[in-house]
Design a protein around this ligand. Structure first.
Ligand SMILES: *[C@@H]1O[C@H](CO)[C@@H](O)[C@H](O)[C@H]1NC(C)=O
Ligand SMILES: *[C@@H]1O[C@H](CO)[C@@H](O)[C@H](O)[C@H]1NC(C)=O
Ligand SMILES: *[C@@H]1O[C@H](CO)[C@@H](O)[C@H](O)[C@H]1NC(C)=O
Ligand SMILES: *[C@@H]1O[C@H](CO)[C@@H](O)[C@H](O)[C@H]1NC(C)=O
Ligand SMILES: *[C@@H]1O[C@H](CO)[C@@H](O)[C@H](O)[C@H]1NC(C)=O
Length: 631
């Protein structure tokens, strides 16, 4: 038996044996797997709304499976849970220390202490969950303190009335217990879950259950800032709303340059939109991702944030409708980015690993990535803001088979509610340029109802500063800013040819919208067993890959041909952007630039950099940005 002492909480005595948290060997590891330790994700988790008084609750918690929803009625306060689990993680992942599949109900538990000095009068004490998949019922000291539904969104629990404050010097341990229910794609449920399935196969992967993003606590004044909506344009205008927990109060905003000098200040009122102007700001773009810090104060609350000045729009350039960044046509090239990890599944092992993918893409000359039916933690979006990577952000889809599983009215309403959460929680990141409502008809009615039309309008209402790709792939009914074709392996981007077979139901390019190849490429290469996800069921599906190249020369040759076809379509037709499938291999898919373990890059870098640059040059010849500074 191995003794392993975690920070604070890792040890429990069970008879004579000592158990502790240990990584469970995953089917494939990464260079980061065994570096995570018991203090995962220590970074400040909410860069758009920062306060100084905070403390992480990540680390080793206890857990046990539960039997059903009935258990959520009462917390197991008189029970000692004995099994260790790393928070944040997915129960199905090796990093969790559990690696169990098909857990539907579970209890998570740990003790915490309110830090000294946080119990003063006029302070509230908040516990923040960055994401729990899928439903969470939170108990503090055995009393229900909150409930949240939806696997991708952050939520907060005001714990003030539930914790033990026994005078200022006698702070007692309080248990926080979280009941989790996650049906994923279980029969009888149709929820936003993206690519997670109970029974993985080919393009669908192992699911994530539980507290998979940071949990942390903070101290706030009685009346505090709950959200900042910030949109800063190329003309220097900052449109803001400071949302507060109580009645409207006066707020004061300052914008700082990178030397910390105040370049603009403005006084306003919370819970009401306001605007002010920063004179001649340096603009944000992929080749020059300039950010400005903000400080916002309201009564006794002071928070910091940041923004980037940029305007996303569409407009005609030499007779073709184009996506514009700061008024100029910017061709967008990037990858389909799924954000799965062999050791952490939905949770990257650490920030360095997460940013590694972004660096590889940036280094190749990509200026965009499509975050595919998954939502990441806030530090991912901050990294894209800092590095200059535009994002096409998908809404996580419901079940892909929308003929067999037609969403009920209640399921549709819940999808729409969570689509609003996606936008409201992410609309202040400068890097996000486009929202996607539906991917390839997944969860989309096939009976003539067209909710994407209303959802596109709703997206524009909540966030008038971005473009909407209403149906990426198919079934298109004319909604949104983009006309999005998916085709493997070769592109059909903004072109006068398309696939007519019923199953794909793609349509000829519609010049009243902007053309994008929302997916193409996907060519595979079955690398050595060393880099494969060692799950036989996944290996058995490798032969479903659109195309397999026997060696890397063939892979790169095919890559060059497909990129050359895309280049022709940029030159001859109306192609304004393209998404190559995909950043990495995932489970039984072997078509990544990188292998699933991120240890091997298949690309002939010189060739791919030249092929990507050629797209920008061709777009430049047609009135687009010159993106030559990128290398
Ligand atoms: C915990 O308390 C509940 C409710 O009072 C009771 O039904 C249960 O038997 C107790 N369990 C233990 C392990 O003491
Ligand atoms: C999990 O459940 C799925 C279907 O619900 C089943 O196909 C699969 O075999 C189960 N896996 C395990 C490890 O029990
Ligand atoms: C914003 O503030 C943080 C923390 O003080 C600092 O590290 C960062 O460099 C600042 N960023 C800019 C763009 O000024
Ligand atoms: C792919 O491989 C699996 C398992 O090796 C096999 O059962 C299946 O028939 C193969 N499919 C095709 C299309 O070759
Ligand atoms: C891919 O490689 C693995 C391991 O080398 C092998 O077991 C599998 O049969 C291969 N599949 C295909 C379709 O080449």
């Amino acid at each position: 038996m191995r003794l392993s002492i975690g920070i604070g909480l890792g040890v429990v005595l069970l008879g004579s044996s000592v158990l502790g948290y240990e990584v469970k060997t995953p089917p494939l590891d990464t260079d980061w797997t065994y570096k995570v330790g018991t203090d995962p994700w220590p970074e400040y988790p909410r860069p758009l709304l920062q306060r100084s008084r905070w403390q992480s609750l990540n680390g080793v918690w206890k857990w046990r499976p539960a039997s059903g929803l009935d258990e959520a009625r009462m917390a197991p306060l008189n029970e000692t849970l004995t099994q260790d689990v790393l928070v944040p993680s997915c129960l199905e992942s090796g990093l969790s220390g559990v690696q169990e599949l098909n857990v539907t109900y579970a209890w998570f538990d740990r003790e915490f202490q309110v830090p000294r000095g946080w119990s003063a009068h006029n302070q509230r004490f908040i516990i923040n969950f960055e994401a729990v998949d899928y439903e969470a019922t939170v108990f503090i000291n055995g009393r229900k303190a909150g409930f949240h539904r939806g696997g991708y969104w952050h939520f907060s629990v005001d714990a003030t009335e539930f914790v033990n404050f026994k005078g200022t010097n006698k702070l007692l341990e309080s248990p926080v217990q979280v009941f989790v229910f996650d049906p994923t794609d279980m029969e009888g449920y149709n929820i936003p879950h993206g690519k997670q399935v109970r029974n993985p196969s080919h393009i669908f992967y192992r699911p994530c259950t539980g507290i998979w993003q940071t949990v942390w606590m903070e101290s706030v004044p009685t009346s505090f800032i709950t959200r900042l909506d910030i949109a800063a344009g190329m003309d220097g205008q900052v449109d803001m709303t400071v949302l507060s927990s109580g009645a409207s109060e006066s707020v004061s905003v300052s914008v700082l340059d990178d030397s910390g000098n105040v370049v603009a200040s403005h006084d306003a009122t919370s819970n009401e939109p306001f605007s002010f102007v920063v004179d001649s700001p340096q603009l944000w773009s992929p080749d020059s991702p300039t950010l400005y810090n903000l400080t916002v104060s309201m009564g006794g609350d002071e928070v910091t944030s940041y923004t980037g000045f940029r305007t996303i729009s569409s407009g005609e350039v030499n007779g073709v409708l184009r996506p514009l960044l700061n008024g100029k046509f910017l061709f967008q090239f990037g990858t389909l980015d799924q954000g799965f990890w062999p050791d952490g599944l939905y949770t990257p092992p650490n920030r360095e690993a997460m940013v590694y993918d972004l660096k590889v893409l940036k280094d190749l000359g990509a200026n965009m990535l499509r975050k595919h039916i998954k939502v990441e933690n806030a530090l991912f979006y901050q990294a894209c803001d800092q590095m200059g990577l535009l994002l096409i952000q998908d809404m996580p889809s419901m079940k892909d088979d929308s003929v067999k599983y037609v969403p009920t009215d209640a399921e549709q309403a819940e999808f729409e509610r969570q689509f609003e959460l996606l936008i409201n929680q992410h609309k202040s990141y400068p890097s996000i340029a486009t929202w996607i409502v539906y991917n390839e008809g997944w969860g989309q009615y096939r009976d003539g109802r067209t909710p994407e039309i209303g959802l596109t309008a709703r997206a524009k209402e909540l966030d008038p500063t971005r473009l909407v790709d209403s149906t990426s792939g198919w079934y298109d009914h004319g909604a949104g800013d983009w006309h999005d074709n998916h085709h493997y392996a070769n592109p059909q981007c903004g072109s006068k040819f398309y696939s007519a077979i019923e199953q794909l139901n793609s349509s000829p390019y519609d010049p009243s919208r902007i053309a994008i190849q929302g997916e193409f490429g996907g060519i595979g290469h079955n690398i050595s067993e060393q880099h494969l996800w060692k799950v036989q069921a996944a290996i058995n599906t490798i032969n479903q890959t659109y195309e397999i190249n026997e060696d890397l020369d063939a892979y790169n040759y095919r890559g060059h041909l497909l990129m050359s076809e895309l280049l022709d379509q940029v030159k001859m037709y109306s192609c304004s952007g393209a998404v190559w499938t995909q950043t990495t291999d995932v489970e039984g898919e072997v078509n990544g630039f990188l292998t699933y373990d991120r240890r091997f890059l298949r690309l002939d870098k010189k060739q791919w950099k030249a092929d990507i640059q050629a797209l920008y040059d061709a777009a430049h010849a047609r009135g687009g940005y010159a993106m030559t500074e990128m290398f």
